[in-house]
Design a protein around this ligand. Structure first.
Ligand SMILES: [Zn+2]
Ligand SMILES: [Zn+2]
Length: 260
């Protein structure tokens, strides 16, 4: 009966509010406010299987490690200030489109959907991913004013609720805006975020384990720069969590920068 009612209400909603999937245009015949059909949602390439234990980079190295923990080259060189990072999916195909919809249309139901997936990732490794607060990677205040919201917060807020943790966007700020240039080289990416974040004066970060949230991990530079600011203010540890991750970069950081 309940199932029939569910299907009936889906049908009524689609009758009165017919809409196409924002990715493939297939008619959405359900009451969910996520504007993407189940087929497209299922097409996101989830990151599963072998990955670097620290940064979560899918493991492409030799198959047999004799049971040792997998740690990628960048993490062996202690490139990142964050203790670990995990991502839901590979940044390609429909997931790129979905993130753009979230980012430019303030699509809250999609933020909720991503938050559910990320909460599942946290619950899969409860000890390693344990945190005290959830903090979104901040936009520069000028950018946030232009856009009217921070897309990372659209995910971080429902995630905090699902994990039963406080949401503390107030802890961190971006003090230097991203350069206007659209495409940044690997070096420029690291350079553009170095020292670009700071904890807010008077904010309580001391001894906190911070779950830091962003939409996409490209080189890890942004999460790294945020983590450095939080740790410098006394945070105990920082764990990065992103919806997607670019996996085509041969190395997440130029070796030159890693040695600094
Ligand atoms: Zn679709
Ligand atoms: Zn790694």
């Amino acid at each position: 009966m309940r199932r029939w009612l569910g299907e009936a209400s889906d049908a009524i909603v689609s009758l009165f509010f017919p809409a196409g999937c924002r990715i493939c245009d297939r008619l959405l015949i359900r009451a969910s406010r996520v504007p993407i059909c189940d087929e497209c949602l299922a097409s996101f390439r989830r990151i599963a299987g072998r990955q670097c234990a620290v940064c979560g980079q899918p493991w492409l190295g030799p198959g047999d490690t004799g049971g040792a923990e997998l740690v990628c080259r960048a993490c062996q060189m202690r490139t990142y200030a964050f203790a670990r990072a995990r991502s839901f999916g590979t940044y390609d195909g429909a997931l790129v489109r979905a993130i753009l919809i979230l980012k430019f249309e303030q699509m809250q139901p999609l933020g909720e959907w991503f938050a559910t997936r990320l909460a599942e990732l946290v619950q899969k490794e409860p000890a390693a991913m344990a945190a005290d607060v959830v903090v979104p990677v901040p936009l520069h205040r000028v950018r946030e004013k232009e856009r009217g919201y921070n897309q990372a917060a659209l995910i971080a807020k429902p995630l905090a609720r699902k994990l039963g943790l406080p949401f503390k966007a107030v802890l961190l700020m971006r003090t230097r805006p991203r350069p206007d240039k659209q495409v940044l080289s690997l070096e420029e990416r690291w350079e553009s975020v170095r020292g670009a974040f700071a904890t807010r004066p008077g904010s309580q970060v001391d001894k906190l384990r911070v779950l830091l949230l962003d939409d996409v991990l490209t080189t890890g530079a942004t999460l790294d720069a945020c983590a450095r600011a939080l740790l410098a203010s006394g945070a105990k540890s920082v764990i990065g969590l992103t919806v997607a991750r670019a996996v085509r970069n041969p190395l997440p950081i130029p070796i030159k920068a890693a040695k600094n």
